[in-house]
Design a protein around this ligand. Sequence first.
Ligand code: ZN
Length: 281
Amino acid sequence: MAAVTTNLVAEAARRHDLWPTVAAALGRTLTGTLLLASSLKELDRLTVQIISDGQIGGITTEANAQGQVRGYVRNPEANAPYNEKGKFDVGAVVGKGMFYVTHESGYDVGLYRDPYRGSVPLVSGEIAEDFAFYLLKSEQIPSAVMLGVHLLPDVPYVSASGGLMIQMMPGADERTISTVETSLNRMRQATMMIRDGARPADLLRAALGDLEFEQLDEKPVSFNCPCSYERVCSMISSIDRAELESMLKVDKGAVMTCHFCNETYRLDEAALENIMSGCHK
Ligand code: ZN
């Protein structure tokens, strides 16, 4: 699987006012989540959660089978000097912690089944390695994962983002594995290729070297959050009545911000009165 995610990572960075190292961290996680979600069925949803002791505090991303993804970090202003390779030190802002993956199905249509959850400790906090380690340990799939975000100092500063995930099928022979390893090592950086206009299939061609492959599917990807004013109203209508009255009398309204997309919803006094009288629909 391969993905070019420049626009959606730029949107995430803009929505959350991310500092550069955090933009790299969240961008890599959004891309990895989409790649992992590419095999989902129509009503499935996949959540990746990193809980760690670094400045960033944690990363949460969620993707569905339609190529839609959303996500946020605890601390958008985490920062670290460049690492010894002259790159954003994502591992330093992430720190040590755990990597969780949750598969859910049917949630949005009320056909809720028990979620499946897997977890592994973080390997390096560099994200791609952490996805690969999760796949190996929790799903027993040896994989190569590359995730990259390239930033420019000016706005819009996400100039390229994308990645790829190669999973070994059971019974893949040694020669195939070493061919892929060789071509992956020789491959130009994915973000450089994306800046030159590469599409996902071009990334796969470079990664797979001499191996022939067939493209099974292609779909658009986007940053998408299903939150809305109506959902906020219905959430507030379930709050305890005394608290609603205090919102109305003391705060003269309510303000709610969605973690996932940082959209702020303001409900004025009239809207709150409407909700309390039970006729907000
Ligand atoms: Zn939202």
